[in-house]
Write a protein that binds this ligand. Sequence first.
Ligand code: NCD
Ligand code: ZN
Length: 358
Amino acid sequence: MIQLPGLIDPHVHLREPGATHKEDFDSGTSAALAGGVTIVLAMPNTKPPIFDADTLDLALNAAKQKARCDYGQYVGAGPDNSDWTSHKAESDRAAGLKMYLDSTFGELRLDDMTLWSPHFANWPKDLPIVAHSESRSMAAAILFAAIHDRPVHIAHISLKEEVLLIKAAKERGIKVTCEVCPHHLFLSKDDIPAISHGHPGRGEVRPRLATKEDVDALWKNMDVIDCFATDHAPHTISEKDSDNPPPGFPGLETFLPLILTAVHDGRLTMDDVIAKLHTNTKRIFNLPEQPATWVEVDENAQYEIKASEQFTRCNWTPFEGWKVRGRVRKVVLRGKTAFEDGKILAEPGYGKNIRFFN
Ligand code: NCD
Ligand code: ZN
C-alpha cells in the first residue's frame, strides 16, 4: 500500500448548470474521490456559460450544495466581460480565467485576437489564465503572456510542435506552464477504431488524438510537462453514438490507474506522480493546503477498467477493458474518510471552495 497526497485535477467539466444528465457536482465529485482526486477545478462551458456574477453564483451555489470533494470554478473569457478590474469579486471567487481560443464544445470562444488583450491585461496576475489553444493559437497565447509579463497555463497539449515550443519559451524565461491529459499520453489516432466499436463519435475529443510521433514527443519531453489533467468531459453514450457526436472523454476514474501503470512499466517515477498530480498543480493554480488529506492506493492491485463500475454519469470510457495496476482504497479528506473500498462516504456539500478555504 502506498500513500499519496490528495490529487488535484485542474481541468474537469462537471456540466452543472445545464447538462446534469451528463454529470453534476455530485456525480462528478464522486468520480473524483473514487479516482483519488480531492480538488477539481470546473470549467465554465456550461449552459449557460459561467462568465459573470449571476452565472458564477449559479455554479457555486450548486457546488456548495452538492460537491463531495473540494473544488474551484473557472469563469470564461467572453467578448464583453474583460473588465476584471471592476469585477474583482468574481475573479476572487473563481479558480481562474478560461480562454477558449480554438474549436471547442459550447459557446465560449474568442476568435478575434483584439478580444484577448484586455483579458490578459485585466485578469489578476496571481490567478491563473488557462488557454485552450492548439498549435499556432498556442504560440499566440504564449506571446500575449510574454507581452503582458504574466503567467499563462496551456490546457491539454497534445502535439510535438506544442511541447517543443513550450520548452523553448520556458528556456527564454517566459511564464508558461502546461498540462497533458492521459488520453494524449496513452492513445493515438491509430487507436480510434478500437475505441469506437463502430461508433466513430466515441473517438472524438478536442484536441483530437494525435499521431504516434506526437505521443512519443510528449513522453520524451516529460520534464517540460508541469502537470497532468483529465479534461474529464462526460457525454452520454447515446450522445457519443448520435449523428452529431460531441467531443470529449470522461477521465477522473481512469486517471491514477493509467499513470500508476506507467510507473509500474518504468515510464514514470513516483516523484513524477506527486509533482504532476499534486505539487506543481497546487503551485500553478495557487491552491490551499488541504490539512489531514491523503490517498491510500494498492499499487499492485491489477484490474480491468469497466464503465459499469464508475461513478461518472456518462456510463462509458475510452479505456474499457484496459488492464491497469493501482487501485484507490481510501481517501481521507480534511480528516474525514471520504471514500473507502468502492464506497463514497463524503456527503454532498462536504466539499469546499478552494478560494474560501479558511
Ligand atoms: C470538452 C467538453 O466536452 O466540454 N470537450 C473536449 O473534447 N475536450 C470541451 C473542451 O475542453 O474543449
Ligand atoms: Zn476541457
